[in-house]
Design a protein around this ligand. Structure first.
Ligand code: SAM
Length: 430
């Protein structure tokens, strides 16, 4: 993406969606991106348009009497001084210096350059990669760590993903399904904490039909006005559309790996092309589109991870969840070693460098391997944390992998403070 871009800043989410819809209906190419930190809260979303569409967009908004808060030229990305740091006796390669210069200029990196960043063992180079990622994070989304509350409302799943502990074939896991009222109790608690976004996650549970989900989304929206993230797997375009119309804002559907062979190996009963299509539909429908991958899958290479990162960028993915693979009892990969924490952190950093203005969670899977890994992820480019708010009586059975850390508010406060970052002003903590 070269050339100038403009960001349309709205007063609130509802208005942002109206703007996006009106422009899209008039065939203006739009993208939904996190708004610059100085224009509002970190969860605000701006509508991004090309300079060549600016006048036409203004006219369309005018004709439809749609108010906007502001229209700003997207700041040209410049990050000076990455190489000014004292190198001492450290030797860094010419190839690395050339990559760092491209990062400073905000230029797109080639696949081989991304692979280099993921693979280097040179300590100084690694330090400079994390420094670049942290600075880009600060510039793009600011210092506030967005905190979201997740409810894992059912662990029934019809799918048989080889890595996942709640896959249909795993008889070692106790099954549960929360009722709408049970979910609402947790939603009320999250609203009481001041949180702005609730994440509803489950296996692909046929009993939690789209009709029931629509009713739940409407009820949450009417009662709390909170933003709703769904993470309920693959559906038809019509179903995604109906959920969007009911009030869902964001959707998390990780590609897990963009390598077709690896995807097929880990998903014996899933269709690669259909999953990609789902992600495209989510984008077309105006969802804030979440994807992500798993680091440390059997046979995965750094080239595969580089391709995942390029896919996130090319698809304009807004939220990118990067977590290490962790084995789950009763699955095909129960004896496969867990993914490397350092490689996962490196993937977080390189994703921030390549994708820039996106949400990157400091994932629960990282926290499950090391209490401080969430701190390190925040220092490597991540900017959100998801609290696990599944009721205690069910938590242990949402065992997508073993020894899962139940990241709670205390853990999140610890990570934010230790990483030297800011809590969101909406959070009500004593
Ligand atoms: N069914 C929904 C879907 O397919 O998107 C959402 C639920 S699924 C359990 C949520 C995420 O858990 C997956 O996207 C996957 O990345 C992650 N996950 C499952 N098993 C895992 C494992 N063993 N290690 C790391 N992540 C895992």
């Amino acid at each position: 993406m070269q050339g100038k871009y403009y960001l349309i800043i709205s007063k609130n989410t509802a208005q942002m969606l109206i703007i996006n819809k009106a422009l899209k209906e008039n065939e203006v190419d739009t993208d939904l991106v996190p708004a610059p930190p100085e224009t509002g809260t970190v969860c605000a979303i701006a509508v991004k348009i090309k300079e060549s569409d600016l006048d036409r967009s203004k006219r369309i908004l005018d004709e439809n009497s749609i108010d906007v808060k502001d229209i700003l030229e997207e700041k040209k990305f410049k990050l000076q001084g990455l190489l000014d740091k004292k190198l001492g006796n450290n030797v860094i390669t010419d190839e690395f210096i050339a990559i760092l210069k491209k990062i400073e200029e905000g230029e797109d990196l080639e696949r081989n350059e991304i692979v280099y960043l993921l693979s280097t063992n040179n300590k100084k180079e690694i330090e400079l990669i994390y420094d670049a990622a942290d600075r880009i994070r600060k510039l793009m989304v600011g210092d506030v760590v967005e905190i979201r509350g997740a409810i894992e409302f059912s662990n029934y799943c019809k799918k048989c993903c080889n890595y996942c502990g709640i896959n249909a074939a795993n008889s070692s896991v106790g099954r549960y399904r929360m009722t709408e009222d049970e979910i609402m109790e947790v939603v009320d608690y999250l609203q009481g904490l001041g949180l702005k976004t609730v994440i509803l996650q489950s296996g692909e549970d046929m009993q939690w039909s789209t009709e029931r989900l629509i009713a739940l989304v409407r009820r949450i929206k009417e009662k709390t006005g909170m933003r709703i993230t769904l993470s309920v797997g693959e559906k038809t375009r019509e179903e995604y559309e109906a959920l969007k119309e009911a009030g869902a804002n964001n959707f998390l559907l990780k590609i897990e790996s963009i390598n077709r062979n690896l995807f097929n190996e880990i998903h014996p009963d899933d269709d690669y092309d259909y999953r990609l299509q789902c992600s495209r539909w989510l984008k077309e429908l105006g969802y804030i589109n979440g994807s992500g991958n798993i680091i440390g899958l059997p046979g995965q290479t750094n080239e595969d991870i580089a391709d995942d990162i390029l896919y996130f960028k090319d698809m304009g993915i807004n939220m990118i969840g990067i977590g290490p693979f962790i084995p789950a009892k009763g699955t095909k990969y129960e004896n496969h070693p867990h993914g490397d924490v350092n490689l996962t952190l490196r993937a977080v950093a390189v994703t921030r460098i390549v994708c820039k203005k996106v949400y990157i969670p400091s994932t629960t899977a990282l926290a499950s391997l090391n209490k401080d890994a969430q701190v390190w992820a925040l220092q490597s480019g991540a900017n959100t944390i998801m609290l696990i708010n599944t009721p205690d009586r069910y938590k242990k059975d949402y065992r997508i992998y073993d020894n899962k850390n139940m990241v709670d508010l205390e853990a999140a406060l610890y990570a934010v403070e230790k990483a030297g970052r800011k809590l969101p002003s909406y959070l009500k903590v004593n």
